[in-house]
Design a binder for this molecule. Structure first.
Ligand SMILES: [Ca+2]
Length: 361
């Protein structure tokens, strides 16, 4: 392959990495007793809205909305705050062994970015291990049509026009992106963390088999650190020991708001190499909303005692409906200008490469 071709190829891969860095954001947030009283605090609701509006899909935990008013209010607030997107939610039943204490799992998502293609409330009926969980995973399958389109996308279409790549499919280079994935949420019971984390492995196997998919992410407040998950017990947790599982939030991470504590309670784990490849490298991290929004510790604790954790999936540039070479991605508002700049840069590069071809022929 000629050097100009290699240059173009490396540029293309580079561009895809840049685009990936803009990404599709999945978040998990323990809202710490989210219900009626929290929904009446307007500053808290405003901060929650700003946090959740950063995400294409956001798992909420500790939703204790017995009056069923707080969640609709939060959705309303999101849709008023971010008019570029429409937010909807899918929620589990109220889960828990005790009648007096129950929580819901809720997935808030942008309707333009994903569609829900399946829901499965894990029945916790595994023979020999019935009732392993206090809050059984509410598993949801999502289709994200805007991630991972490989054919007829810009710049691929342009590349096909070019002599050098007429017979070369570039799709394998972009195989790290995925279109459909499953999220398994879990908020473990602190006193039963080891057991519940291990049992998540059984949930994973059942979901893989049931939906014939490898693209599964497990996420939530696993309480997977400090006093709740002793180092000596980790060898008993298949979610840690089994192969093909990637823990994206490292053990040294602090997902707690209190300055006095540092524990990696909240985690994101992906199953399978292809899903792992679809992750933007080093993008998994807590979102320190206290620092970001310049809150005092007290103000931040009003919102939650946890930071959300988040991760970016790579996605691809596309031709817009008006045929222009601008890029349409599922990222957030603040990245829009970057995308346009990159698009112009890419157009310029392709044009100059074509000119070079003509001159050298
Ligand atoms: Ca149970």
């Amino acid at each position: 392959m000629r050097s100009s071709s290699l240059l173009l190829l490396s540029f293309l891969v580079g561009v895809c990495d840049i685009q990936g860095a803009l990404g599709f954001r999945i978040c998990a947030f323990n809202l710490h007793h989210f219900g009626d009283s929290k929904s009446k605090k307007s500053d808290v609701m405003q901060t929650l809205t700003r946090i959740i509006a950063r995400c294409d899909v956001c798992l909420l935990q500790e939703v204790r909305d017995s009056k069923e008013k707080a969640l609709p209010q939060l959705l309303d607030s999101l849709n008023r705050y971010d008019t570029d997107h429409v937010y909807d939610a899918v929620a589990s039943e109220r889960l828990g062994r005790s009648e007096s204490y129950k929580e819901q799992y809720v997935f808030v998502y942008r309707t333009g970015a994903v569609t829900v293609t399946g829901e499965y409330q894990y029945p916790d009926d595994l023979p020999g291990d019935v009732d392993a969980f206090s809050r059984e995973p509410f598993v949801v399958r999502f289709k994200a049509p805007k991630t991972g389109e490989c054919s007829d996308t810009f710049p691929l279409k342009m590349m096909k026009i070019m002599v050098m790549f007429k017979h070369l499919s570039l799709c394998p280079l972009l195989s790290s992106v995925i279109k459909e994935f499953v999220l398994i949420p879990q908020h473990t019971t602190p006193t039963n963390t080891t057991k519940e984390l291990d049992a998540l492995y059984d949930v994973l196997q059942r979901v893989r088999k049931m939906w014939k998919t490898e693209n599964v992410m497990l996420l939530g407040d696993f309480n997977a650190d400090c006093g709740y998950l002793a180092k000596k017990n980790r060898k008993h947790v298949r979610l840690i020991t089994e192969r093909n599982l990637y823990w994206l939030i490292p053990d040294k991470t602090d997902t707690t708001v209190r300055a006095a504590t540092s524990c990696a309670y909240d985690r994101i784990v992906v199953h399978g190499e292809s899903f792992d490849r679809a992750i933007v490298p080093s993008s998994a991290k807590p979102f320190n909303f206290q620092m970001e929004y310049q809150l005092t510790e007290e103000q931040a604790l009003e919102v939650s005692d946890h930071y959300p954790v988040e991760v970016l999936l790579k996605d691809l540039p596309k031709v817009t409906s008006n045929g222009a070479s601008s890029l349409t991605l599922t990222g957030t508002q603040e990245t829009a200008n970057q995308k346009t700049t990159q698009s112009k840069f890419l157009s310029l590069f392709v044009a100059s490469h074509l000119a070079l071809q003509m001159l050298t022929q």
